[in-house]
Design a binder for this molecule. Structure first.
Ligand code: HEC
Ligand code: HEC
Ligand code: HEC
Ligand code: HEC
Ligand code: HEC
Ligand code: HEC
Length: 417
């Protein structure tokens, strides 16, 4: 009896701890990097002191600060922000280099503690790496997938504990009655947390609420992770598809050479840009500024028209826009070469976009609908030789059209690993 009661209150305590944990956990995974207190502090300091000369993604009086935390170590940044001129005068090579690059403009010295500089750097880091999504949620690597798995795990444990408590309650309840009956008297019972849990209704309601909440969170996160229609992150170089693919009529596949042959369409490397930009040093909108970033990435010396020897190349860090979940298989070649679809069917009028964005939803319904409705063109397409049966049925008039669905395009395993 006593042992049972003790076990019961221990379980109740454990349950309470678990539920608190769960609440905290769900709270912290609902928090986006832009709600983090360090970020907010950094934002305030940055806006008060730095915005007159710096932006994160664009050059102003001083350089764009995106990625600056990778360019230098923290010690360098602390000294630079506290007194850049002292570093230039002391002949620090990086300091002298950037100072000369900006024709000797002097950056203000700031007497602020390292911890505040760290906050500013955190702000710059989030602004650089975490794209702004319409609903404010984080995406990509920063998305809280692990958090939700942890929450589910804890919720399951909580449910098991609830069930054990329920059983124990029944047992003690019965034992209590037996004792009372035997002694012929009423034993006053102490109120315990367990009593609250005695009612089946409370248990059912609580578990239901928990399941709905966790379920909702998981689905919500999964959807945010997988797709973001209209997603349009700021890119490290203001590359315009309108200017290149539209006005200058450069073929999509000149740059996205993978689309015809492989799974991935691929983003061109800086070498591809250099095919033209060795000669084209100035653009109509940004002058030399944006094109200079290509040179900076690859190590091209504009004055001497030569690659700088021993230069440590930095790949241009384009931010990926389209991103299917890992469990989905999609091949460009299958659609572009075999299916003979235009890029624009899925990506919209890219040649009119100054900045590309995700035009289609990339949801499963989008893929499946097109497969149901799109006819495959058997004429003169060697790729379809294998479908002898359809060829014959088409000839005999038995079949008027063949859709992607007919060749197996809505079978689960065609799209899922
Ligand atoms: C008065 C204008 C001005 C202000 C205000 C200013 N900067 Fe600067 N900053 C510059 C200039 C100009 C440069 C380029 C180097 C030079 O000419 O000294 C620079 C360079 C830098 C660099 C080196 C960037 C690189 O790519 O090498 C960092 C980091 C930096 N600033 C951070 C900050 C931070 C953080 C603040 C706010 C706390 C700030 N700056 C405020 C003008 C300013
Ligand atoms: C001169 C080279 C060049 C040409 C020509 C070009 N692109 Fe691009 N494309 C890029 C670069 C660089 C990026 C990455 C930067 C960006 O997203 O703007 C990109 C990105 C994209 C993306 C987004 C990729 C992602 O991250 O998910 C799509 C879609 C795309 N291009 C489609 C097209 C289509 C369609 C055409 C033809 C109408 C085309 N491109 C022509 C260079 C090119
Ligand atoms: C096939 C030739 C070609 C290739 C390849 C090419 N560009 Fe260009 N680029 C041009 C032309 C043409 C212009 C416009 C020049 C003008 O109108 O004065 C231009 C202009 C630009 C501008 C200036 C924009 C402005 O309005 O100031 C940028 C930035 C640029 N390109 C980036 C890139 C990048 C990044 C790549 C590689 C992913 C690339 N280009 C590949 C031909 C090319
Ligand atoms: C049937 C629809 C469809 C067509 C047609 C299509 N794409 Fe895509 N594209 C996608 C999907 C879906 C993704 C996302 C793939 C992923 O995340 O694995 C994508 C991704 C991309 C990317 C990002 C890099 C990559 O390959 O994952 C580029 C660039 C791109 N497409 C360019 C093109 C170009 C250029 C064409 C035309 C030659 C084209 N696409 C035709 C659906 C399409
Ligand atoms: C605009 C129409 C369209 C959209 C959207 C589309 N597809 Fe397709 N898909 C086709 C066509 C047409 C073919 C036939 C090409 C062929 O013969 O393999 C095809 C074929 C396929 C095949 C090969 C089927 C087979 O039986 O060999 C796979 C796998 C596939 N698509 C996956 C996807 C996925 C995944 C998506 C969504 C991310 C998608 N497709 C979106 C039109 C589309
Ligand atoms: C034509 C391609 C295609 C076919 C066929 C297909 N799927 Fe999908 N499926 C997808 C894509 C793309 C996604 C990712 C959607 C997203 O991120 O919202 C997906 C997502 C899913 C998901 C994850 C839930 C979600 O919304 O993220 C499940 C489960 C799933 N598919 C099951 C199936 C089953 C079962 C079948 C067979 C009846 C099937 N799929 C057939 C393309 C396909």
């Amino acid at each position: 009896m006593k042992i049972l009661c003790n076990t019961k209150s221990r379980i109740a305590g454990l349950l309470l701890i678990l539920l608190t944990f769960l609440a905290l956990q769900t709270n912290s995974f609902a928090q986006t990097p832009r709600e983090d207190p360090v970020y907010l502090k950094g934002e305030t300091i940055f806006k008060a002191n730095c915005t007159s000369c710096h932006k994160v993604h664009d050059k102003l009086v001083g350089p764009a600060l995106a990625g600056v935390y990778d360019k230098y170590d923290s010690e360098w940044l602390y000294s630079w922000i506290k007194n850049s001129q002292a570093m230039v005068e002391a002949g620090d090579p990086d300091a002298v280099k950037i100072f000369n690059e900006y024709n000797g403009s002097v950056m203000t010295a700031f007497n602020i503690p390292n911890e505040e500089i760290d906050a500013v750097l955190q702000y710059i880091k989030v602004e650089t790496e975490v794209p702004v999504v319409a609903d404010g949620g984080p995406i990509g690597e920063n998305a809280p997938q692990e958090g939700s798995q942890m929450a589910i795990f804890l919720a399951i444990i909580a449910l098991i504990l609830l069930a054990i408590m329920f059983i124990l309650n029944r047992v003690t309840g019965t034992l209590n009655e037996l004792v009372r009956e035997k002694m012929g008297m009423l034993v006053p019972e102490k109120w315990t947390f367990g009593d609250l849990m005695k009612s089946k209704k409370v248990i059912t309601l609580a578990s239901l609420a928990l399941i709905i909440f966790v379920g909702y969170k998981t689905v919500d996160n999964a959807q945010r992770l997988g797709r973001q229609q209209n997603y349009q992150p700021a890119q490290p170089i203001k590359f315009s598809h309108e200017l290149h693919a539209g006005i200058n009529e450069i073929e999509c596949q000149y740059c996205h050479a993978g689309a015809a042959k492989g799974k991935s369409a691929m983003i061109p490397s800086a070498n591809v840009c250099m095919n033209c930009h060795k000669a084209i040093k100035e653009g109509p909108k940004y002058g030399t500024e944006e094109i200079a970033k290509i040179y900076n990435a690859i190590g091209w010396d504009v004055e001497n028209q030569a690659y700088i020897e021993g230069y440590e190349q930095k790949p241009i860090e384009w931010i990926r826009i389209h991103n299917l979940p890992d469990h989905v298989y999609f091949s460009h070649a299958q659609h572009v070469t075999a299916g003979q679809l235009e890029c624009q069917t899925c990506h919209g009028e890219v040649q009119e976009m100054e900045e590309v964005y995700q035009y289609s939803s990339l949801g499963m319904g989008w893929c499946v609908n097109c497969h149901r409705n799109t006819e495959v063109d058997f004429k003169g397409n060697d790729y379809y030789q294998i479908y002898e049966k359809f060829h014959e049925q088409m000839k005999s008039g038995e079949m008027k059209k063949v859709t992607v669905e007919d060749i197996g395009g809505v079978e689960c395993q065609k799209c899922h690993y």
